[in-house]
Design a binder for this molecule. Structure first.
Ligand code: NAP
Length: 383
Protein backbone atom coordinates (compact mmCIF):
# COMPACT_ATOMS: atom_id res chain seq x y z
CA UNK A 1 0.00 0.00 0.00
CA UNK A 2 1.52 3.37 -0.98
CA UNK A 3 1.69 6.16 1.59
CA UNK A 4 -1.22 8.03 -0.08
CA UNK A 5 -3.46 4.95 -0.29
CA UNK A 6 -2.74 4.20 3.37
CA UNK A 7 -3.51 7.83 4.32
CA UNK A 8 -6.79 7.76 2.38
CA UNK A 9 -7.69 4.33 3.78
CA UNK A 10 -7.09 5.69 7.29
CA UNK A 11 -9.35 8.67 6.51
CA UNK A 12 -12.10 6.34 5.29
CA UNK A 13 -11.70 4.03 8.31
CA UNK A 14 -11.96 7.02 10.63
CA UNK A 15 -15.12 8.15 8.85
CA UNK A 16 -16.49 4.62 9.16
CA UNK A 17 -15.75 4.60 12.89
CA UNK A 18 -17.42 8.00 13.29
CA UNK A 19 -20.47 6.82 11.37
CA UNK A 20 -20.55 3.61 13.43
CA UNK A 21 -20.64 5.64 16.63
CA UNK A 22 -23.28 7.94 15.19
CA UNK A 23 -25.39 4.98 14.14
CA UNK A 24 -24.98 3.43 17.58
CA UNK A 25 -26.19 6.64 19.14
CA UNK A 26 -29.22 6.54 16.88
CA UNK A 27 -30.28 3.48 18.83
CA UNK A 28 -30.55 -0.24 18.62
CA UNK A 29 -33.34 -0.13 16.03
CA UNK A 30 -30.95 1.28 13.45
CA UNK A 31 -28.33 -1.32 14.31
CA UNK A 32 -30.93 -4.07 14.18
CA UNK A 33 -31.90 -2.81 10.73
CA UNK A 34 -28.32 -3.49 9.65
CA UNK A 35 -27.20 0.10 9.04
CA UNK A 36 -23.75 -0.37 10.48
CA UNK A 37 -22.84 -3.42 8.46
CA UNK A 38 -24.11 -1.75 5.24
CA UNK A 39 -21.97 1.36 5.87
CA UNK A 40 -19.02 -0.80 6.69
CA UNK A 41 -19.25 -2.89 3.49
CA UNK A 42 -19.69 0.21 1.38
CA UNK A 43 -16.70 1.92 2.98
CA UNK A 44 -14.55 -1.18 2.64
CA UNK A 45 -15.36 -1.26 -1.07
CA UNK A 46 -14.18 2.35 -1.30
CA UNK A 47 -10.85 1.40 0.29
CA UNK A 48 -10.42 -1.38 -2.27
CA UNK A 49 -11.12 0.85 -5.27
CA UNK A 50 -9.72 4.21 -4.15
CA UNK A 51 -6.40 5.29 -5.53
CA UNK A 52 -4.75 8.69 -5.46
CA UNK A 53 -5.01 10.80 -8.58
CA UNK A 54 -1.78 11.92 -10.18
CA UNK A 55 -2.27 15.64 -10.65
CA UNK A 56 -0.10 17.98 -12.69
CA UNK A 57 -0.50 21.68 -11.87
CA UNK A 58 0.77 24.16 -14.45
CA UNK A 59 1.88 26.81 -11.97
CA UNK A 60 1.23 26.04 -8.31
CA UNK A 61 3.37 28.53 -6.42
CA UNK A 62 1.52 31.87 -6.74
CA UNK A 63 -1.76 32.54 -4.96
CA UNK A 64 -4.37 29.97 -5.94
CA UNK A 65 -1.90 27.18 -6.73
CA UNK A 66 -0.65 26.60 -3.17
CA UNK A 67 -4.22 26.32 -1.88
CA UNK A 68 -4.98 23.72 -4.57
CA UNK A 69 -1.78 21.81 -3.82
CA UNK A 70 -2.57 21.65 -0.11
CA UNK A 71 -6.17 20.62 -0.67
CA UNK A 72 -5.12 17.84 -3.08
CA UNK A 73 -2.42 16.55 -0.71
CA UNK A 74 -4.84 16.71 2.22
CA UNK A 75 -7.11 14.34 0.31
CA UNK A 76 -4.23 11.94 -0.37
CA UNK A 77 -3.51 12.71 -4.03
CA UNK A 78 -0.11 13.00 -5.70
CA UNK A 79 0.83 16.42 -7.05
CA UNK A 80 3.54 17.50 -9.47
CA UNK A 81 4.21 21.05 -10.62
CA UNK A 82 5.34 22.67 -13.83
CA UNK A 83 6.75 26.20 -13.65
CA UNK A 84 9.92 28.19 -14.25
CA UNK A 85 11.12 27.82 -10.66
CA UNK A 86 11.04 31.60 -10.10
CA UNK A 87 8.01 32.21 -7.89
CA UNK A 88 8.34 30.98 -4.30
CA UNK A 89 10.52 28.13 -5.48
CA UNK A 90 11.07 26.74 -1.96
CA UNK A 91 7.37 26.42 -1.15
CA UNK A 92 6.96 22.71 -1.84
CA UNK A 93 10.40 21.08 -1.54
CA UNK A 94 8.85 17.58 -1.42
CA UNK A 95 6.92 17.89 -4.69
CA UNK A 96 8.26 16.83 -8.06
CA UNK A 97 8.89 19.98 -10.09
CA UNK A 98 9.13 19.97 -13.89
CA UNK A 99 10.97 23.12 -14.81
CA UNK A 100 10.08 24.95 -17.99
CA UNK A 101 8.63 28.07 -19.55
CA UNK A 102 5.22 27.93 -21.22
CA UNK A 103 6.71 30.04 -23.94
CA UNK A 104 8.27 27.22 -26.04
CA UNK A 105 9.66 25.27 -23.08
CA UNK A 106 7.43 22.25 -22.42
CA UNK A 107 10.17 19.60 -22.93
CA UNK A 108 10.15 18.68 -19.22
CA UNK A 109 6.60 17.36 -19.65
CA UNK A 110 7.29 15.16 -22.67
CA UNK A 111 6.97 11.36 -22.35
CA UNK A 112 5.09 11.47 -19.03
CA UNK A 113 1.49 10.98 -18.01
CA UNK A 114 -0.91 12.09 -15.28
CA UNK A 115 -4.59 11.59 -14.51
CA UNK A 116 -5.47 15.25 -14.63
CA UNK A 117 -3.90 18.62 -15.30
CA UNK A 118 -4.90 21.89 -13.65
CA UNK A 119 -3.81 24.84 -15.77
CA UNK A 120 -3.47 27.95 -13.62
CA UNK A 121 -0.87 29.81 -15.63
CA UNK A 122 -2.37 30.07 -19.11
CA UNK A 123 -2.86 33.61 -20.39
CA UNK A 124 -1.71 33.29 -24.02
CA UNK A 125 -3.70 31.07 -26.44
CA UNK A 126 -0.55 29.69 -28.11
CA UNK A 127 0.84 28.57 -24.72
CA UNK A 128 -2.43 26.93 -23.75
CA UNK A 129 -2.80 25.25 -27.12
CA UNK A 130 0.76 23.86 -26.86
CA UNK A 131 0.18 22.39 -23.40
CA UNK A 132 -3.29 21.06 -24.26
CA UNK A 133 -1.94 19.42 -27.44
CA UNK A 134 0.96 17.82 -25.58
CA UNK A 135 -1.11 16.67 -22.60
CA UNK A 136 -4.40 15.61 -24.25
CA UNK A 137 -3.12 12.08 -25.02
CA UNK A 138 -1.64 11.57 -21.53
CA UNK A 139 -4.29 12.98 -19.16
CA UNK A 140 -7.97 12.13 -18.98
CA UNK A 141 -9.11 15.52 -17.69
CA UNK A 142 -7.93 19.13 -18.21
CA UNK A 143 -9.06 21.85 -15.80
CA UNK A 144 -8.46 25.33 -17.13
CA UNK A 145 -8.62 28.25 -14.70
CA UNK A 146 -10.19 31.11 -16.62
CA UNK A 147 -11.95 34.24 -15.35
CA UNK A 148 -15.27 36.08 -15.51
CA UNK A 149 -13.33 38.73 -17.44
CA UNK A 150 -13.97 36.60 -20.55
CA UNK A 151 -17.45 38.10 -20.91
CA UNK A 152 -17.74 40.80 -23.52
CA UNK A 153 -20.42 43.02 -22.02
CA UNK A 154 -20.87 43.71 -18.32
CA UNK A 155 -23.93 45.89 -18.79
CA UNK A 156 -26.27 42.89 -19.17
CA UNK A 157 -26.96 39.90 -16.90
CA UNK A 158 -24.27 37.23 -17.15
CA UNK A 159 -24.35 33.44 -17.04
CA UNK A 160 -22.10 30.86 -18.67
CA UNK A 161 -23.91 31.20 -22.01
CA UNK A 162 -23.29 34.94 -22.30
CA UNK A 163 -21.08 35.86 -25.27
CA UNK A 164 -17.37 36.22 -24.55
CA UNK A 165 -15.27 39.20 -25.62
CA UNK A 166 -13.37 39.31 -28.90
CA UNK A 167 -9.90 40.77 -29.48
CA UNK A 168 -9.45 43.67 -31.89
CA UNK A 169 -6.20 42.01 -32.96
CA UNK A 170 -6.61 38.20 -32.67
CA UNK A 171 -2.86 37.67 -33.09
CA UNK A 172 -1.83 39.69 -30.04
CA UNK A 173 -0.07 37.94 -27.17
CA UNK A 174 0.23 41.06 -25.04
CA UNK A 175 -1.76 40.74 -21.83
CA UNK A 176 -3.23 44.13 -20.86
CA UNK A 177 -6.35 45.25 -19.02
CA UNK A 178 -8.19 45.19 -22.35
CA UNK A 179 -6.84 41.95 -23.83
CA UNK A 180 -6.74 39.79 -20.67
CA UNK A 181 -10.40 38.65 -20.85
CA UNK A 182 -10.65 37.95 -24.60
CA UNK A 183 -7.24 36.19 -24.50
CA UNK A 184 -8.50 33.93 -21.71
CA UNK A 185 -11.64 33.24 -23.78
CA UNK A 186 -9.42 32.10 -26.66
CA UNK A 187 -7.39 29.96 -24.24
CA UNK A 188 -10.60 28.23 -23.12
CA UNK A 189 -11.50 27.52 -26.75
CA UNK A 190 -8.05 26.06 -27.49
CA UNK A 191 -8.28 23.66 -24.53
CA UNK A 192 -11.73 22.48 -25.56
CA UNK A 193 -10.71 21.95 -29.16
CA UNK A 194 -7.55 19.99 -28.19
CA UNK A 195 -8.91 17.97 -25.27
CA UNK A 196 -12.63 17.80 -26.05
CA UNK A 197 -15.53 19.28 -24.09
CA UNK A 198 -16.22 15.96 -22.31
CA UNK A 199 -12.79 16.00 -20.71
CA UNK A 200 -12.48 19.74 -20.01
CA UNK A 201 -13.52 21.86 -17.04
CA UNK A 202 -13.36 25.63 -17.37
CA UNK A 203 -13.63 27.55 -14.10
CA UNK A 204 -14.35 31.27 -14.35
CA UNK A 205 -13.64 32.87 -10.97
CA UNK A 206 -14.52 36.44 -10.07
CA UNK A 207 -12.18 38.37 -7.71
CA UNK A 208 -10.31 35.65 -5.86
CA UNK A 209 -9.53 36.65 -2.31
CA UNK A 210 -8.29 35.39 1.02
CA UNK A 211 -4.90 34.51 2.50
CA UNK A 212 -2.08 34.85 -0.01
CA UNK A 213 -3.77 37.28 -2.43
CA UNK A 214 -1.08 39.29 -4.16
CA UNK A 215 -3.38 41.95 -5.61
CA UNK A 216 -4.71 43.44 -2.33
CA UNK A 217 -8.01 44.25 -4.05
CA UNK A 218 -10.21 42.60 -1.42
CA UNK A 219 -7.51 42.87 1.25
CA UNK A 220 -7.62 46.68 0.99
CA UNK A 221 -11.02 46.81 2.72
CA UNK A 222 -10.24 45.00 5.99
CA UNK A 223 -6.72 46.44 6.11
CA UNK A 224 -7.96 50.00 5.61
CA UNK A 225 -10.67 49.43 8.21
CA UNK A 226 -8.00 48.30 10.65
CA UNK A 227 -6.24 51.69 10.26
CA UNK A 228 -9.26 53.45 11.78
CA UNK A 229 -10.56 57.02 11.45
CA UNK A 230 -13.06 58.23 8.88
CA UNK A 231 -13.18 55.83 5.92
CA UNK A 232 -14.64 56.33 2.48
CA UNK A 233 -17.13 53.64 1.46
CA UNK A 234 -18.31 53.94 -2.13
CA UNK A 235 -21.93 53.89 -3.25
CA UNK A 236 -24.44 52.46 -0.82
CA UNK A 237 -24.64 49.52 1.62
CA UNK A 238 -27.07 47.71 -0.70
CA UNK A 239 -24.68 47.72 -3.69
CA UNK A 240 -23.89 44.16 -4.82
CA UNK A 241 -20.42 42.74 -4.57
CA UNK A 242 -19.04 39.33 -5.53
CA UNK A 243 -15.90 37.42 -4.58
CA UNK A 244 -14.67 33.85 -4.35
CA UNK A 245 -12.63 32.73 -1.37
CA UNK A 246 -9.47 31.07 -2.69
CA UNK A 247 -10.04 28.08 -0.39
CA UNK A 248 -13.54 27.52 -1.79
CA UNK A 249 -12.14 27.67 -5.31
CA UNK A 250 -9.43 25.16 -4.37
CA UNK A 251 -11.94 22.76 -2.80
CA UNK A 252 -14.22 22.99 -5.85
CA UNK A 253 -11.29 22.42 -8.23
CA UNK A 254 -10.28 19.26 -6.41
CA UNK A 255 -13.94 18.15 -6.29
CA UNK A 256 -14.09 18.62 -10.06
CA UNK A 257 -11.08 16.45 -10.63
CA UNK A 258 -12.15 13.74 -8.16
CA UNK A 259 -15.70 13.54 -9.55
CA UNK A 260 -14.71 14.41 -13.12
CA UNK A 261 -17.11 17.32 -13.22
CA UNK A 262 -16.74 18.85 -16.68
CA UNK A 263 -18.22 21.96 -18.32
CA UNK A 264 -17.96 25.71 -17.87
CA UNK A 265 -18.65 27.24 -14.45
CA UNK A 266 -18.71 30.76 -13.04
CA UNK A 267 -17.19 30.49 -9.59
CA UNK A 268 -18.58 33.33 -7.49
CA UNK A 269 -20.51 34.02 -4.30
CA UNK A 270 -24.25 33.61 -5.01
CA UNK A 271 -25.66 36.52 -7.00
CA UNK A 272 -27.19 39.14 -4.68
CA UNK A 273 -25.99 37.43 -1.48
CA UNK A 274 -23.14 39.81 -0.60
CA UNK A 275 -23.45 43.60 -0.42
CA UNK A 276 -21.05 46.46 0.30
CA UNK A 277 -22.79 46.85 3.67
CA UNK A 278 -21.98 43.19 4.47
CA UNK A 279 -18.35 43.81 3.56
CA UNK A 280 -18.29 46.79 5.92
CA UNK A 281 -19.81 44.73 8.74
CA UNK A 282 -17.28 41.93 8.11
CA UNK A 283 -14.41 44.42 8.18
CA UNK A 284 -15.61 46.05 11.39
CA UNK A 285 -16.17 42.67 13.04
CA UNK A 286 -12.68 41.34 12.35
CA UNK A 287 -10.73 44.51 13.18
CA UNK A 288 -10.59 46.25 16.48
CA UNK A 289 -10.60 49.82 15.18
CA UNK A 290 -12.57 53.02 15.73
CA UNK A 291 -13.39 53.30 12.02
CA UNK A 292 -16.20 55.66 11.01
CA UNK A 293 -17.62 54.80 7.59
CA UNK A 294 -18.80 57.58 5.29
CA UNK A 295 -20.83 56.39 2.29
CA UNK A 296 -20.04 58.52 -0.74
CA UNK A 297 -22.56 58.49 -3.58
CA UNK A 298 -21.63 56.78 -6.85
CA UNK A 299 -22.70 59.85 -8.87
CA UNK A 300 -20.20 62.01 -6.94
CA UNK A 301 -17.39 59.45 -7.28
CA UNK A 302 -17.92 59.31 -11.04
CA UNK A 303 -16.58 62.83 -11.29
CA UNK A 304 -13.46 62.19 -9.20
CA UNK A 305 -10.20 61.26 -10.90
CA UNK A 306 -7.57 58.89 -9.49
CA UNK A 307 -9.60 57.17 -6.87
CA UNK A 308 -9.35 53.40 -7.07
CA UNK A 309 -12.05 51.57 -5.10
CA UNK A 310 -11.37 47.91 -5.75
CA UNK A 311 -14.11 45.34 -6.31
CA UNK A 312 -16.94 47.90 -6.05
CA UNK A 313 -18.80 48.97 -9.23
CA UNK A 314 -21.29 51.78 -9.74
CA UNK A 315 -24.65 49.92 -9.93
CA UNK A 316 -25.73 52.34 -12.67
CA UNK A 317 -22.40 52.22 -14.49
CA UNK A 318 -21.39 50.29 -17.62
CA UNK A 319 -19.94 47.33 -15.67
CA UNK A 320 -22.72 46.93 -13.11
CA UNK A 321 -23.28 43.25 -13.96
CA UNK A 322 -19.65 42.34 -13.21
CA UNK A 323 -20.71 41.88 -9.60
CA UNK A 324 -23.96 40.01 -10.19
CA UNK A 325 -22.75 37.06 -12.23
CA UNK A 326 -24.91 33.94 -12.08
CA UNK A 327 -23.06 31.20 -10.22
CA UNK A 328 -25.95 28.76 -9.84
CA UNK A 329 -24.42 26.16 -12.19
CA UNK A 330 -21.32 25.76 -10.01
CA UNK A 331 -23.46 25.78 -6.85
CA UNK A 332 -25.54 22.92 -8.30
CA UNK A 333 -22.30 21.07 -9.07
CA UNK A 334 -21.18 21.41 -5.45
CA UNK A 335 -19.35 24.75 -5.06
CA UNK A 336 -19.85 25.95 -1.51
CA UNK A 337 -19.06 29.47 -0.34
CA UNK A 338 -17.89 29.89 3.23
CA UNK A 339 -19.29 32.83 5.25
CA UNK A 340 -17.63 36.03 4.03
CA UNK A 341 -16.82 36.90 7.66
CA UNK A 342 -14.38 33.97 7.63
CA UNK A 343 -12.68 35.35 4.52
CA UNK A 344 -12.30 38.75 6.21
CA UNK A 345 -11.00 37.21 9.44
CA UNK A 346 -8.43 34.99 7.73
CA UNK A 347 -7.31 37.72 5.32
CA UNK A 348 -6.55 40.09 8.17
CA UNK A 349 -4.89 37.26 10.16
CA UNK A 350 -2.66 36.45 7.18
CA UNK A 351 -1.87 40.14 6.58
CA UNK A 352 -0.78 40.71 10.18
CA UNK A 353 1.83 37.97 9.84
CA UNK A 354 3.41 39.27 6.63
CA UNK A 355 6.85 40.96 6.71
CA UNK A 356 6.78 44.73 7.20
CA UNK A 357 8.15 45.42 3.71
CA UNK A 358 5.18 43.60 2.18
CA UNK A 359 2.57 45.44 4.24
CA UNK A 360 4.21 48.87 3.89
CA UNK A 361 2.18 49.46 0.72
CA UNK A 362 -1.32 48.20 0.03
CA UNK A 363 -1.34 47.60 -3.73
CA UNK A 364 -4.99 48.52 -4.25
CA UNK A 365 -7.30 51.26 -3.00
CA UNK A 366 -6.62 54.98 -2.65
CA UNK A 367 -3.70 56.41 -0.72
CA UNK A 368 -4.57 57.90 2.65
CA UNK A 369 -4.06 61.41 1.19
CA UNK A 370 -6.30 60.86 -1.82
CA UNK A 371 -9.02 59.27 0.30
CA UNK A 372 -8.94 62.26 2.70
CA UNK A 373 -9.11 64.73 -0.25
CA UNK A 374 -12.16 63.04 -1.76
CA UNK A 375 -13.86 62.84 1.64
CA UNK A 376 -13.21 66.54 2.17
CA UNK A 377 -14.72 67.40 -1.27
CA UNK A 378 -17.73 65.24 -0.46
CA UNK A 379 -18.28 67.02 2.87
CA UNK A 380 -17.87 70.44 1.18
CA UNK A 381 -20.55 69.54 -1.32
CA UNK A 382 -22.93 68.41 1.38
CA UNK A 383 -22.66 71.39 3.72
N1 NAP B 1 -6.45 36.80 -8.84
C1 NAP B 1 -7.71 36.85 -9.22
O1 NAP B 1 -8.55 37.53 -8.62
C2 NAP B 1 -8.17 36.03 -10.41
C3 NAP B 1 -9.49 36.13 -10.82
C4 NAP B 1 -9.93 35.33 -11.86
C5 NAP B 1 -9.06 34.43 -12.46
N2 NAP B 1 -7.77 34.36 -12.07
C6 NAP B 1 -6.89 33.38 -12.73
O2 NAP B 1 -6.12 32.69 -11.73
C7 NAP B 1 -4.89 32.27 -12.31
C8 NAP B 1 -3.68 32.83 -11.57
O3 NAP B 1 -3.52 32.21 -10.42
P1 NAP B 1 -2.13 32.24 -9.64
O4 NAP B 1 -1.13 33.11 -10.32
O5 NAP B 1 -2.45 32.47 -8.24
O6 NAP B 1 -1.69 30.71 -9.94
P2 NAP B 1 -0.54 29.88 -9.26
O7 NAP B 1 -0.56 28.54 -9.91
O8 NAP B 1 -0.58 29.94 -7.79
O9 NAP B 1 0.76 30.72 -9.68
C9 NAP B 1 1.15 30.99 -11.00
C10 NAP B 1 2.25 30.00 -11.40
O10 NAP B 1 2.55 30.06 -12.76
C11 NAP B 1 3.95 29.92 -12.92
N3 NAP B 1 4.29 30.59 -14.19
C12 NAP B 1 4.14 31.90 -14.49
N4 NAP B 1 4.56 32.14 -15.74
C13 NAP B 1 5.00 30.96 -16.24
C14 NAP B 1 5.56 30.56 -17.48
N5 NAP B 1 5.79 31.43 -18.48
N6 NAP B 1 5.90 29.28 -17.65
C15 NAP B 1 5.70 28.37 -16.66
N7 NAP B 1 5.18 28.68 -15.45
C16 NAP B 1 4.82 29.96 -15.26
C17 NAP B 1 4.54 30.59 -11.69
O11 NAP B 1 5.79 30.10 -11.34
P3 NAP B 1 7.17 30.70 -11.98
O12 NAP B 1 7.09 32.19 -11.88
O13 NAP B 1 8.22 30.10 -11.11
O14 NAP B 1 7.22 30.21 -13.38
C18 NAP B 1 3.53 30.18 -10.64
O15 NAP B 1 3.86 28.91 -10.09
C19 NAP B 1 -4.85 32.82 -13.72
O16 NAP B 1 -5.29 31.84 -14.63
C20 NAP B 1 -5.85 33.98 -13.66
O17 NAP B 1 -6.38 34.28 -14.92
C21 NAP B 1 -7.29 35.14 -11.07
Amino acid sequence: MTKQVKKRADQIMNNTRRRFLKTSLMGSAAIAAGCTSEVSTDEEAKIDTWRPLRILILGGTGFIGPHMVREALRRGHEVELFNRGRTDSNLFPDLKLHVGDRNNGLEALEGKSWDVVVDNSGYVPRHVEDSAKLLAPVVSHYIYISTISVYGDFSKPIDEDTAVGVLDDPTTEEVTGETYGPLKALCEQRVISEVGANSTTVLRPTYICGPGDRTDRYTYWPVRTMRGGEMLWPGAPEDDIQIIDVRDLAIFTIDCLEKKITGVFNTVTPKGSFKMGDLLEDCLAVTDADTMPTWVEAAFLKNQQNISLPIWEDPNGPSAELLTVDGSRAAAAGLKNRPTRETARDTIGWWKNLPAERTATVKAGPSAEREAEVLSLWHDQNH
